[in-house]
Design a binder for this molecule. Structure first.
Ligand SMILES: C[S@@+](CC[C@H](N)C(=O)[O-])C[C@H]1O[C@@H](n2cnc3c(N)ncnc32)[C@H](O)[C@@H]1O
Length: 312
């Protein structure tokens, strides 16, 4: 696979955040009408898929993986943030990353577009009076009284934000010298990783959700980074990129709960999910421990707001 192809697979909005990218709503519509996709459809697709998570609000906290503590250590170190600094989070869902940073003493405002997710996040974060979850879209949200933040961050959410607006909005919401940070949990396959994912591809093919020809899961260190995009915005500098990877073991039911939180699987038709999930259960039941190993990788990006006059 060319690097370009890999980027499209792991970062594009057709990424189902699971083992397989489903054909997008835009593609399905384009195929029906015989047209190819265009920017308008891609934006429509991003908005549609970005909102599908709300349907999995109660499951999300339990099924999605925790990010590794060393990732938070690196974020704190590189951004130079200290307890009681003001953080703005983009798309907190049920508050997974929020909780980890709230425990470190930061004051956090999270903007979450899914009302049910925001409600679950408020419940999960109730013990932290310095954390506030606001319903709405990051692109249009405005802070009260021109408030500014020390860090704007997004955990597996930056790619859902309008690329034409996201860097400008983050820049405007940061104080001079503040930092933007984002990372995404991605499915990776290290040497010696579980062969389950290659084997189950035939079922994805059968239900019409196969990968584009030649697409493969990346090795952990081969996840492409977004340094060029961040620097290309002209709004951030001193960009630091760090790679992290970790392994999670799943029973069949745990794994299916995870798939139920992926936008592409949520968007599948019932017959597709039934066939796929039935086959996952059947295949794992034949293993001695009835479990699979899934490896996760994340690329942490941290960039400092680029100010003409250095921050004092
Ligand atoms: C894959 S989830 C990641 C959630 C969480 N940060 C985590 O790491 O588990 C992406 C989240 O972004 C939210 N989202 C999508 N588009 C958004 C937007 N324009 N503004 C704010 N939140 C958005 C979704 O509702 C969802 O909760």
């Amino acid at each position: 696979m060319t690097p370009q192809r890999l980027i499209a697979f792991t970062h594009g909005i057709a990424d189902r955040e699971g083992a397989r990218p489903a054909r997008s709503v835009a593609q399905r519509r384009a195929n029906k009408s015989g047209q190819s996709g265009n920017d308008g459809r891609v934006a429509e697709e991003r908005q549609y898929r970005g909102r599908t998570f709300n349907a999995a609000a109660e499951l999300y906290q339990q099924a999605r993986p925790e990010y590794p503590e060393p990732l938070y250590d690196a974020l704190v170190e590189v951004a130079g943030i200290r307890a009681a600094d003001r953080l703005l989070e983009v798309g907190c869902a049920t508050g997974k990353a929020t909780l980890s940073l709230a425990r470190r003493g930061f004051r956090i405002t999270s903007v979450e577009i899914g009302p049910d997710l925001a409600a679950v996040a408020r419940r999960n974060l109730a013990a932290f009076p310095n954390v506030e979850v606001i319903g709405g879209a990051f692109e249009t949200w405005r802070p009260p009284l021109g408030e500014r933040f020390d860090l704007v961050f997004a955990a597996t959410a930056w790619h859902w934000i309008d690329p034409a607006l996201r860097y400008q909005r983050a820049f405007e919401l940061l104080r001079p010298g503040g930092h933007l940070a984002f990372w995404s949990a991605t499915h990776v396959l290290p040497e010696g990783g579980d062969p389950f994912f290659a084997e189950i591809q035939e079922v994805y093919e059968e239900i019409g959700e196969g990968l584009p020809a030649g697409a493969t899961l990346p090795r952990p260190s081969a996840i492409p980074d977004d340094r060029a995009e961040i620097e290309g915005s002209g709004l951030f500098e001193n960009v630091v990129v760090r790679h992290f990877d970790w392994e999670v073991s799943y029973s069949a039911e745990e794994y299916l709960r995870l798939l139920d939180t992926f936008s592409g699987h949520i968007a599948m038709q019932a017959w597709q999910r039934d066939r796929l999930y039935g086959e996952i259960r059947r295949r794992l039941a034949q293993r001695p421990d009835s479990r699979l190993r899934r490896h996760w990788g994340a690329v942490l990006h941290v960039g400092r707001r680029h100010d003409l006059t250095p921050a004092s």
